[in-house]
Each structure stands twice: as structure tokens, then as C-alpha cells.
Design a protein around this ligand. Structure first.
Ligand code: GDP
Length: 335
């Protein structure tokens, strides 16, 4: 790109607009909330955005399970990413909280990244002279309304994920038109899984951030809320290994986090709380097989996070119907 000559009259007359990428070299920094329905690929996008340059920090250690902050700094531009719970329509005991959290996360952000996905079943390739057609799901319309209502003047970047599922990329055009007709100016089609278009999402976010000095040190790797992150890694493995069977009824408490200098390792004792005996059975598995698998996968992830070997001792406990009890929800950081 050509260098701007600040002395030229044209440049001086240009109205100042914070969102205009005309002043590429100005430092910018701010917060971005990543929102969207479950399963559209928010976590995958977050990981792809942060990649190796991750500076994972927890927003409020031990208080929420879904707001993990990642910081990415590139050439004086810093984006602080907040992962929010999916915006659900379903209601169960925890969901009103999750929904509230997701929407609260929209307030005070500098940019909202609204993640959607392509649905090849709702897209029809052009036949003869016909134009390609798309249908938008009711859920996407719902999310759109909710985000719109709460976003105020905060710019929204609309991400259309999973474009790798499309055989024919021209099908994207009517989809982009649909969103553009609803006022979206920043639309970025991507494949988070294949990290295709992910850099464009970062560039777009960075350009929309307010002019500001960096909010976090450029080289920061963690805010040392490692205990919280360790709990998250264990909880993640419960989800991975149990999938649908244990939906929202899991909380993890790290009871011991001991750095053993002389051995150069870490000992972690954690309790996985479920709501019912039957769930405990699922998490433990036949002859303890599942809890063992959860422990060993978590150990690998924790060792990566901490950069040293980790020993993980897990216990499963029932806290009857904890999701319905205010005090218990508070204890696990849901209120
Ligand atoms: P979240 O619930 O919005 O955080 O979604 P996840 O990031 O957990 O992704 C949900 C599912 O979609 C996972 O099975 C991902 O592997 C898958 N997924 C995410 N991004 C892509 C993508 O770009 N292409 C395809 N085909 N699948 C994806």
C-alpha cells in the first residue's frame, strides 16, 4: 500500500473516522465478543485466531466457565477476545444464565463478532437462468434480532463459517446479500477449521478497534490464573469424552494445585461435580475407564498449558440438582 502523505490537502480534508482504516499505523486496542449459536464454530475460530500467539487469560478466575479471554497483538494492534456462551433458545435451569451472560458480554465491547455457519441443505445451486437461493434458519434470525437489540452502535462483524462444506462457493453470494440487506457492512466468509479467512477476521477486528495504546503487555502469556484454566481443561475433557450425555450439569473444582519445584512437575487434584448418581456412573465409566481417559487426556492438555509434566487426580462427586440451587451455582461461578 502507498504511504500516505499527511501534507496533501486531500488527506487533511478527510473527515476523521475511527473505523476507517486510512491510518493503518495508529495503535489500536480493544475488546471483541464472539457470539453465536452453539456449534457454529466459535471455539474453533477463537483457537484459529489465537494460534501459536495465544495469550490465554481468564477474565474472572473461578467465576465463569465460558469467558476465556485471548489476547492477540500484531503490529501495534491488539484484540482482546471474549468467548461467550452460545445464544440458546432452549431453556433449562442454567440456560437463562447462559443467555444473560452471552448478552451481557455484548455490552462494553468495541466489536461484536457474530458467528454463523453455512447450511448446505438450505442452499440451492442455480439451475438454468435461475439465481442460487438460500434460506436462513429461524435460529439465525433469532440470534440476529437479539444481537441487534443489544449491540447499540457497536460494530458487528458477521462471520459466515464452514464454507469448506460448500461445493460451490457462488452459493455464498445470495447468503452475503441476505445479511448485507439487513445492514451488515462487515461480512467475512471463513473456514475456521481450515484457517481460511481467519486472518481477515483479525484484520477486520483490528481495524474497527478504537485508537488506543495496548491494553495488555505484548508478550503476556498468561495472567497466572492457571488454576482456572486447568479446571476448564478438565471440564473440556468431560465434554469430549461424554459428549451429549452430560450436557450442562458439570462443574470442576481444582482443590489442589501444587508446583513441585524439586520434581519440576505439578500435582493437580480436582473434583468433577455432577447432579445425579446416574451422571456420576457415566463420567466414571465401566470399571473407571472413562474417568481414567478424562484424566489422561486432561493431563496432556494441562502439561501443554503449563509447560511441565502434570499429575492429575480426579474424583467425581454428586451435588444433587446443583444447577437449581442458587448457592451451588454461585459456588461454581454461575451467578
Ligand atoms: P462452538 O459451539 O460455536 O464453539 O463451536 P465449535 O468450535 O465447538 O465447533 C462445533 C463443530 O463444528 C465442531 O465439530 C467443529 O469441528 C466444527 N467446525 C468448526 N469450524 C468448522 C469449519 O470451518 N468447517 C467445518 N466443516 N466444521 C467446523
Amino acid at each position: 500500500m502507498a504511504e500516505h502523505d499527511l501534507e496533501t490537502p486531500a488527506q487533511i480534508e478527510t473527515p476523521s473516522d475511527d473505523s476507517a482504516p486510512s491510518d493503518d499505523s495508529a495503535p489500536r486496542a480493544g475488546f471483541a465478543a464472539l457470539v453465536g449459536r452453539p456449534n457454529v464454530g466459535k471455539s474453533t475460530l477463537l483457537n484459529a485466531l489465537l494460534g501459536q500467539k495465544v495469550a490465554i487469560v481468564s477474565h474472572r478466575p473461578q467465576t465463569t466457565r465460558n469467558r476465556i479471554l485471548g489476547v492477540r497483538t500484531e503490529k501495534g494492534k491488539q484484540v482482546v477476545l471474549i468467548d461467550t456462551p452460545g445464544i440458546h433458545r432452549r431453556r433449562d435451569n442454567l440456560n437463562p444464565f447462559l443467555v444473560r451472560e452471552a448478552f451481557e458480554a455484548l455490552e462494553g465491547q468495541d466489536v461484536i463478532v457474530l458467528c454463523t455457519e453455512v447450511d448446505p441443505k438450505r442452499m440451492t445451486a442455480p439451475r438454468g437462468n435461475e439465481q442460487p437461493r438460500v434460506e436462513i434458519s429461524q435460529q439465525d434470525e433469532y440470534v440476529l434480532e437479539q444481537v441487534r437489540e443489544r449491540s447499540g452502535s457497536t460494530p458487528i462483524i458477521l462471520v459466515i463459517n464452514k464454507i469448506d462444506l460448500l461445493g460451490d462457493l457462488s452459493l455464498l453470494l445470495p447468503l452475503i446479500d441476505w445479511w448485507a440487506a439487513r445492514g451488515f457492512e462487515h461480512i467475512v466468509p471463513i473456514s475456521a477449521r481450515e484457517t481460511d479467512g481467519v486472518e481477515a477476521v483479525f484484520e477486520e477486528m483490528a481495524a474497527l478497534m478504537p485508537k488506543s495504546a495496548l491494553l495488555y503487555p505484548e508478550e503476556m502469556l498468561t495472567d497466572r490464573a492457571e488454576r482456572f484454566l486447568v479446571g476448564e481443561l478438565i471440564r473440556e475433557q468431560v465434554f469430549v469424552q461424554c459428549r451429549e450425555e452430560i450436557p450442562y450439569a458439570t462443574a470442576v473444582e481444582v482443590e489442589r494445585f501444587e508446583e513441585r519445584r524439586e520434581r519440576g512437575d505439578v500435582q493437580i487434584d480436582a473434583v468433577i461435580f455432577v447432579e445425579r448418581g446416574s451422571q456420576k456412573g457415566i463420567v466414571v465409566g465401566a470399571g473407571g475407564s472413562r474417568i481414567k481417559a478424562i484424566g489422561s487426556s486432561a493431563r496432556v492438555e494441562i502439561a501443554k498449558l503449563l509447560g511441565c509434566p502434570a499429575h492429575v487426580r480426579l474424583t467425581v462427586r454428586v451435588s444433587a440438582d446443583w444447577t437449581r440451587k442458587l448457592a451451588e451455582r454461585r459456588r461454581f461461578g454461575y451467578e
